[in-house]
Design a protein around this ligand. Structure first.
Ligand code: ZN
Length: 159
């Protein structure tokens, strides 16, 4: 063991003052739940199957798509004059048919890389909106809708 460095010991002593009395501890309400969102919905932990699915399939696929991408697909496909807002935030993977609408998380045809800002903006897309017109959002009744449905093993993992 190296001999102790007097400068380090002095610095440690300076940081190690006895604890003083600060603000009183905040009492956490009895019903406080870290899984509770502000909206009031309660999150369920990912099931082991779903966690395993994300680790094996979805996670690596997202990393690969982002590594292969040329940037935000919204900015690449939509002419600047039509593009709502500017690119902002990290690249993410967007599902053209929404996951909440049984869209696939792994069918590459359903996945496009988009910056976080544009991915978020597409969440509220309605028929005829710029995202829909440029094929970034696929809605019920569109020709591709059925083909972009989650595959059986995805549905199994999610259940
Ligand atoms: Zn973007």
């Amino acid at each position: 063991m190296k001999p102790p460095d007097p400068a380090k010991i002095a610095a440690w002593r300076a940081r190690s003052k006895p604890l003083g009395r600060g603000a009183p501890l905040v009492v956490v309400p009895e019903r406080y739940d870290a899984n509770r969102r502000r909206k009031g919905t309660t999150l369920r932990d990912r099931s082991p199957d779903l966690a395993d699915y994300y680790r094996r399939v979805r996670g690596p696929l997202v990393a690969q798509l982002i590594a292969e991408s040329r940037g935000c697909e919204a900015a690449l496909r939509i002419p600047p004059a039509e593009l709502p807002g500017r690119c902002h935030g990290p690249l993410t993977v967007h599902e053209r048919r929404r996951r909440s609408d049984s869209g696939s998380l792994e069918n590459r045809a359903n996945l496009v890389v988009a910056c976080l800002a544009h991915n978020s903006a597409m969440a509220d897309c309605a028929r005829g909106d710029v995202w829909h017109r440029h094929g970034l959002v696929v809605l019920r009744g569109d020709p591709e809708y059925q083909a972009l449905r989650a595959r059986p093993r995805e549905r199994k993992a999610a259940s």
